[in-house]
Design a protein around this ligand. Structure first.
Ligand SMILES: Cc1cc2nc3c(=O)[nH]c(=O)nc-3n(C[C@H](O)[C@H](O)[C@H](O)COP(=O)(O)OP(=O)(O)OC[C@H]3O[C@@H](n4cnc5c(N)ncnc54)[C@H](O)[C@@H]3O)c2cc1C
Length: 492
């Protein structure tokens, strides 16, 4: 089977390049013959990200987007020149980290040039006095963390996708790691950045703990999803590797009791690095052997850091859990979580059975968290074909939570997988918005959530569109993402 045999899913607004050979010659002049590929095997590899629906498509011989060129620049100057050239020729450019994004952010829906950042993989400096690390953004997450661990540090940013994602992808999607309740989310961790604007200019935001120098312009690029600039370098906070770790777990009678216990812990300014609440469905899936957790809601905690502080965190965590009728389940459930936390095979097991499967993470203030949980479950149970809808809660603040839903279902004969997938997404997101939540906690918007941005942000989306027009007048950088975008670039 070769490329022409695959059905292309995203065809709308595709940029057809007239003289491809001429364009290729020019790209080769800019980045050299070793840093470009137009081989079918490479083109095929970059047609998708890790959105789960693309696995169903792969089985059916369908591809999401079709890029024209794959390039692996190794200098900032090359990226600047590629962007300048792409502006002249009006060719889309899509920054690409490791392709682990799950919302279609790196899919080349209009074709064009994929800029794979993997050669930007250097660690530039660890500064012990400042507690910072500066690295290029194509670096793989696990390579960065292992290097830091060997030197006695951690960033504390440990997403489940640590092995398969890059620093640049984390910044672009405003990622959150499993230990985020203590160490913060990526926007709390980044202190400075180098960014290349869509027109090929270098923008430097120097690392600083905080400054009162006008609006924080650099924040535009944290969550910019590769539409406003390409981040090439970043300085992150680091911490001495923790002295001590204490593992705690409790089973609660209901999700509301577990919410109450965790809320009370955070109100005391106690921040266990990891807190994970599994609803009763996920508890029975992940912890079937824990007798005390049968039909209950399992909560695992990891407290880590200075040993004296950690002991204090443990005692308050236990006190609040027991006050809310939590049943101590010991260390075993937490050890099990540590052993399995990077295991992701479940997701690829579904498509061969024609099951459409995905996960959706959303955010909420505490006052709406319970309503969101129950309302999503109720609305999904009414949707035809749904065979599972479960949730865990894995990101916490004194003010609210990030809730992570998992669904699976089978489309009817009249529906395509994509139609059914969108129906499930829309059902969940509508329930979340109606109950006062936010449509995304840490996976970003990409293509999947773009049509909900207006409901989330109201007319502020137009301000974002105006900023995009200013920075990227030809709409070449990752077009069609983040919000509904029919603009072809040029005059408006
Ligand atoms: C099994 C699994 C588990 C996951 N767990 C988590 C988790 O725990 N927490 C979490 O937050 N996410 C998680 N994700 C989602 C995903 O890993 C993140 O969104 C990650 O941040 C994407 O990084 P990436 O390097 O793979 O980016 P890609 O998928 O390559 O790209 C994502 C977006 O970033 C842009 N981009 C990439 N590099 C740059 C750059 N240098 N400059 C500008 N834009 C750029 C792309 O254009 C695209 O829009 C998970 C995904 C999977 C498949």
């Amino acid at each position: 089977m070769d490329l022409k045999d695959f059905e292309l899913i995203y065809t709308q607004d595709r940029c057809e390049i007239n003289d491809k050979q001429k364009i290729e010659r020019k790209i080769r002049e800019i980045i050299g013959d070793n840093n470009i590929s137009t081989k079918e095997v490479d083109i095929l590899a970059y047609t998708k990200d890790a959105s789960l629906i693309t696995l169903n498509w792969a089985i059916q011989g369908k591809i999401a987007g079709l890029p024209d060129f794959i390039i692996w620049p190794d200098t900032v100057e090359q990226i600047c020149n590629i962007l300048k050239f792409a502006n002249q020729e009006k060719i889309p450019v899509i920054p690409y980290g490791e392709g682990s994004g799950v919302v279609g952010g790196a899919i080349p829906i209009r074709g064009g040039i994929i800029i794979d950042m993997k050669k930007f993989n250097k660690i530039i400096e660890i500064n012990d006095k400042n507690l910072t690390v500066t690295a290029q953004t194509g670096i793989n997450g696990m390579n960065l963390e292992r290097y830091l661990n060997a030197k006695g540090y951690t960033t504390g940013h440990i997403p489940q996708s640590l092995y398969i994602s890059s620093l640049g992808g984390w910044i672009a999607h405003r990622a959150a790691g499993q230990f985020s309740t203590k160490y913060g989310k990526i926007e709390d961790i980044i202190l400075g950045m180098e960014v290349i604007s869509p027109q090929g200019e270098i923008l430097n935001f120097k690392p600083i703990p905080r400054a009162s120098t006008g609006p924080q312009l650099e924040k535009l690029f944290i969550g910019g999803e590769g539409t406003l600039g390409i981040v090439t370098e970043a300085t992150l906070k680091i911490w001495p590797y923790p002295d001590k770790r204490i593992l705690i777990s409790y089973a609660f009678s209901s999700i509301d009791d577990s919410f109450k216990a965790v809320r009370q812990i955070l109100r005391e300014q106690i921040y266990p690095a990891v807190i994970r609440i599994y609803d009763s469905f996920e508890t029975s899936r992940h912890f079937p052997d824990i007798e005390n957790a049968k039909d209950k809601v399992m909560v695992v905690f990891v407290c880590e850091g200075n040993s004296k502080l950690v002991e204090l965190e443990e005692s308050i965590t236990r006190e609040k859990s027991e006050k809310n009728s939590g049943i101590d389940c010991g260390v075993h459930p937490v050890e099990h979580w540590f052993e399995t936390r990077f295991r992701i095979t479940e997701t690829s097991a579904m498509p061969p059975y024609k099951i459409v499967f995905d996960t959706i993470e959303v955010a909420s203030l505490w006052e709406n968290a319970s309503a969101i949980y129950h309302s999503v479950l109720d609305s999904m149970k009414k949707l035809q074909g749904v065979i599972m809808i479960t949730a865990h809660v894995s990101h916490f603040y004194p003010n609210g939570v990030g809730i992570y839903f998992t669904f699976g279902g089978v489309p009817s004969k009249e529906q395509t997988d994509l139609e059914y997938y969108q129906k499930c997404w829309d059902t969940i997101i509508k329930a979340v918005l109606d109950a006062g939540g936010s449509i995304a906690h840490h996976h970003g918007i990409g293509i999947n959530r773009a049509h909900w941005m207006e409901s989330e942000w109201g007319n502020s989306v137009n301000t974002l569109r105006e900023i995009k027009k200013l920075l990227d007048p030809n709409n070449i950088l990752n077009p069609g993402k983040l919000y509904v975008d029919t603009w072809k670039g040029g005059e408006t």
